[in-house]
Design a protein around this ligand. Structure first.
Ligand SMILES: C[S@@+](CC[C@H](N)C(=O)[O-])C[C@H]1O[C@@H](n2cnc3c(N)ncnc32)[C@H](O)[C@@H]1O
Length: 346
């Protein structure tokens, strides 16, 4: 834009900022949806309901609920039929008791994700300077809610690419997780493999407290030990059958010690499963596709926490240098690298 193109009156501003409008609208629409979920209005509209009924359930003023229903209809979330509103078919997952726990944390964490991104772009903030409540929201944003009946199945599906690990878990093996967070994956695993046991390590006491209360709710607390500790300090020898590493939360400076601890803790022949973010886009068109945009945002966010963004090849090289034998990369949905502690050191 040359200086003479700079908008000079209100009409010009509206024309030249048209690209911004859908983003502002999207942010408002998400806030509307989050509020309607919190009030229970979305879930109640799985059947056609009048605003009067919805207001009574939500204990809100009828006029306010009428306005909310109209706004949800305007965004295509509700369909109006005579005097009633119901959830539109495209949004019916929000009324499913199995799917809602998977979707809701992603919606509810968005304000925290937004704040973390602003901080990542505009300051030298890191994960550890993020407010505790936001760290908790981010920890829930990146994982599955294990209280959904769908998650054990999702976990089993994700582990199809690591049959060496599932054989050990079925036989009552021990899963050690580095950076277990709120234990979305770990608690799903304990439900899917009723003979398995687990140890979860995390630096953050607050996220471990959520994990501990979920374990009790799911009745798996007797098979789980949680420790607030730096994973790099674990000095167990050959005690794990599977070591799950949420590597894209681990800053560069911590990784060598963490990989040494992982190697030590795994039994010879045991499996290292290390999570992967999406690969870098291969073409200019891919850079602006949803996966390319996700990759670029990941770089900004995780990069601001001093975490190196590893491609599958780079992670393979990193774990090989630590003595592991890379086996394969699981690509379907949830991406991770499976590697093995050799039965004997080469
Ligand atoms: C958010 S969790 C990943 C999600 C988790 N796998 C799940 O299923 O819920 C990653 C965690 O790694 C933790 N972390 C980072 N470096 C660590 C270290 N050196 N030792 C232990 N935990 C660490 C962070 O505190 C963060 O909470």
């Amino acid at each position: 834009m040359t200086p003479q193109d700079v908008p000079t009156d209100a009409q010009d501003v509206a024309r030249d900022s048209a690209a911004l409008a859908p983003w502002l609208e999207g942010a408002q629409a998400l806030a509307l949806l989050q509020g309607a979920l919190a009030a229970g209005i979305v879930q109640a509209a799985r059947e056609p309901r009048t605003p009067v009924d919805l207001a009574a359930d939500a204990r809100l003023d009828v006029r306010r609920v009428e306005a909310i229903c109209r706004a949800l209809e305007a965004h295509g979330i509700f369909v109006r039929e005579a005097t009633t509103y119901r959830l539109a078919d495209a949004w019916r997952a929000l009324a499913s008791t199995a799917a809602l726990p998977l979707l809701r944390p992603r919606i509810e964490a968005m304000p925290a994700v937004t704040r973390a991104l602003v901080a990542a772009v505009a300051s030298d903030a890191s994960y550890w300077t993020t407010a505790t409540a936001d760290r908790l929201a981010l920890a829930q944003w990146v994982t599955l809610d294990p209280t959904s009946p769908l998650t054990p199945r999702l976990l089993v599906d994700a582990l199809v690419a690591a049959p060496e690990a599932t054989a050990r878990l079925e036989a009552g093996g021990r899963w050690v997780e580095f950076g277990c967070g709120v234990c979305g994956g770990l608690l799903s695993m304990l439900q899917a493999y009723p003979r398995a046991t687990a140890l979860g390590l995390n630096l953050d006491a607050e996220v471990l407290a959520i994990a501990a209360s979920r374990a009790v709710r799911l009745g798996v607390q007797d098979r789980l030990e949680l420790r607030q500790a730096d994973a790099g300090t674990l000095d167990e020898e050959a005690s794990a059958d599977v070591l799950f590493w949420s590597q894209f939360f681990f800053p560069a400076a911590s990784r060598a010690a963490v990989l040494r601890a992982a190697f030590r803790a795994l039994k010879p022949g045991g499996l290292l499963l290390a999570t992967l973010l999406s690969e870098a886009p291969a073409s200019p068109a891919e850079r602006q596709a949803p996966t390319g945009r996700e990759h670029a945002i990941d770089h900004v966010l995780y990069g601001s926490w001093d975490v190196p963004i590893r491609s599958a090849d780079a992670l393979r090289a990193e774990v090989s240098a630590a003595g592991f034998t890379p086996l394969r990369v699981a690509h379907d949905g949830f991406r991770y690298l499976a590697a093995q502690r050799p039965v004997s050191r080469p």
